[in-house]
Design a protein around this ligand. Sequence first.
Ligand code: GDP
Ligand code: MG
Length: 170
Amino acid sequence: GNKNINAKLVLLGDVGAGKSSLVLRFVKGQFVEFQESTIGAAFFSQTLAVNDATVKFEIWDTAGQERYHSLAPMYYRGAAAAIIVYDITNQASFERAKKWVQELKAQGNPGMVMALAGNKVDLLDARKVAAEEAQTYAQENGLFFKETSAKTASNVNEIFYEIAKRLPRV
Ligand code: GDP
Ligand code: MG
């Protein structure tokens, strides 16, 4: 029969990469040019139907600033899934994303579904991170990879849908 799955999901990544914007796009279908900076973390929930299950995502959108780093384990501990976000126009944000991946691999749930999101793909002219480089990194580290745009909605529902499909059916 159809299963109901509750899944805690955390977004991690550099400040300004577009974590809050991806959540706003997924949960409310909206985008704002001047998204307020997240303080600490924010909680959202959204339900998504995939073919064999209804997944209720409990989403923790974290702040990203270094001064909040010590809080991050509270949000990724016990999480079934994580989206690590970087900005394709910002090489430093990609380096920061790789740090998060290594931290999750060391301290996160062993079975965690991890997605790497190269966000702001609408800003192609300003690209600094090649898609191939990120794809290779993702493959080598057991994540799946998508380039997204919270602004145009490109691949936003898809990344959550792909996570929903990969969650363990227990
Ligand atoms: P966060 O710190 O990771 O939560 O990033 P925000 O969601 O606050 O976004 C930071 C800035 O980037 C805001 O001004 C957003 O409007 C902008 N932004 C977020 N996603 C996109 C995107 O996909 N494309 C473009 N062009 N701008 C984006
Ligand atoms: Mg934010």
